[in-house]
Design a protein around this ligand. Structure first.
Ligand code: SF4
Length: 237
């Protein structure tokens, strides 16, 4: 089996404890939003490390809609994992598709946009569909973590977002070790591609397997000087 991060962490390293107060603080914040009449939603890319937040939310309020940004370029294993997790945690999944059909996402030479202009491809397939979701809700519960990239490290737990909405980042201070400790403690399912050496899994054309000397986000848009798709740079204030 590929020595991915989870296997390394689980191979004898003492995993951190998750203090019940941390979960209690998330519950309290969600109850506070609810009491203010705010409309909540979350999103998930359905990777292994996405599952702790979904598990926590499912125990607090599994009526919160979980938007799944289905770009049309995802690995089939991700779509299967979404179904498995949704079934296990009894989640309310909403499939979010791009507004622009793929035949209109081509350069004049016929090439699909991800080959030449990944920023615009990410905008059409990820950011633009999210804009209407954000406009119709008040709070986006988002599982970004500070240890994933410099952009995310600079974020705040609660942060203003476009359309007068708020982003709530309950996992911001969690790190990989804590995520895997939670997965182990609750015996949560794992994405099928983990065992093949993938650690950050997005669209198939823009994801590669992890080398041991790579940072998590370097497994995406390899060689393109791009580590974010726009969801955490354009849809934030
Ligand atoms: S990750 Fe790649 S394929 Fe997916 S939307 Fe962005 S550029 Fe397009």
């Amino acid at each position: 089996m590929f020595p991915n991060a989870m296997n390394l962490f689980l191979a004898g390293i003492v995993l951190p404890q998750i203090h019940p107060m941390e979960i209690h603080a998330i519950r309290k914040k969600i109850e506070e939003y609810r009491s203010e009449g705010k409309r909540l939603f979350t999103t998930s890319s359905f990777q292994t490390h996405s599952i702790p937040m979904l598990h926590i939310l499912s125990e607090i309020d599994n009526s919160i809609p979980v938007y799944f940004i289905n770009t049309g370029y995802l690995f089939p294993e991700t779509v299967s994992f979404r179904d498995e997790v949704a079934d296990r945690l009894k989640l309310k999944i909403v499939d979010l598709k791009p507004n622009t059909p793929k035949y209109m996402q081509r350069e004049s030479n016929g090439k699909l946009l991800f080959t030449t202009d990944p920023d615009h491809c990410c905008y059409l397939n990820k950011t633009q569909p999210m804009e209407s979701v954000l406009a119709s809700h008040d709070v986006w519960i988002n599982g970004v973590r500070g240890d994933q990239s410099a952009v995310r490290k600079a974020m705040k737990v609660e942060q203003p977002a476009p359309f007068d909405s708020i982003r709530f980042h309950p996992m911001l201070d969690w790190d990989n070790r804590k995520i895997f400790a939670y997965i182990k403690e609750h015996d949560l399912p794992k994405h099928a591609l983990d065992a093949q050496g993938y650690i950050s899994i997005g669209c198939e054309p823009c994801t590669r397997k992890m080398d041991l000397d790579m940072q998590e986000r370097e497994a995406r848009w390899f060689g393109l000087n791009k580590v974010e798709c726009g969801l955490h740079t354009d849809l934030v204030k």
